[in-house]
Design a protein around this ligand. Sequence first.
Ligand SMILES: Cc1cc2nc3c(=O)[nH]c(=O)nc-3n(C[C@H](O)[C@H](O)[C@H](O)COP(=O)(O)O)c2cc1C
Length: 154
Amino acid sequence: MNVIIIYSTIYGHNLEMSQFIHDKILPDSTLISMDNFTPVNLANYDLIIMCPCTYGEGQLTTNEEAFYHYLTKCCLTGSDYLIVGVGDKHFGPRKFANAVSIFAEKLAAAGASSITHPLKVDYDEAKLVQKRVNKIINNYYQKKGLTLPINTTM
Ligand SMILES: Cc1cc2nc3c(=O)[nH]c(=O)nc-3n(C[C@H](O)[C@H](O)[C@H](O)COP(=O)(O)O)c2cc1C
């Protein structure tokens, strides 16, 4: 299973989430920041995991926007995706972790299939959600008849 984890962060919460997924669940995956994203062929990955951050008024950062436009050129019909983005629910339901909705729509438009509904995580609850993410990825591997490289029972 070829997996890539792509994150964007300013204060580190989305880096922490992506590092958790990489270090504790999928150590064989590629972990990459959107800030220094050099176009790889995303279609080569079976599973694309994204941890995007949200700033402004529910908007993408400049680097995220560049990545968003890059996705326009991608055809990801053979790939699955999981989006888990940390935001701040005090910004209200319309803006809260809105980058998750923006990227989920874009990946779906590129033809990728979601392994679960997009996850919007309040920064205060990020640690709790890690367990849920672990379960989602475990279930996904199980359904594919695969075992994870490390025992991740939490
Ligand atoms: C100027 C500013 C604008 C923000 N706008 C939003 C927003 O629209 N929606 C949201 O969910 N969080 C918003 N946040 C909060 C961040 O998304 C939140 O702190 C998140 O943890 C940042 O992710 P990061 O730590 O990976 O950079 C904003 C924060 C700042 C400083």
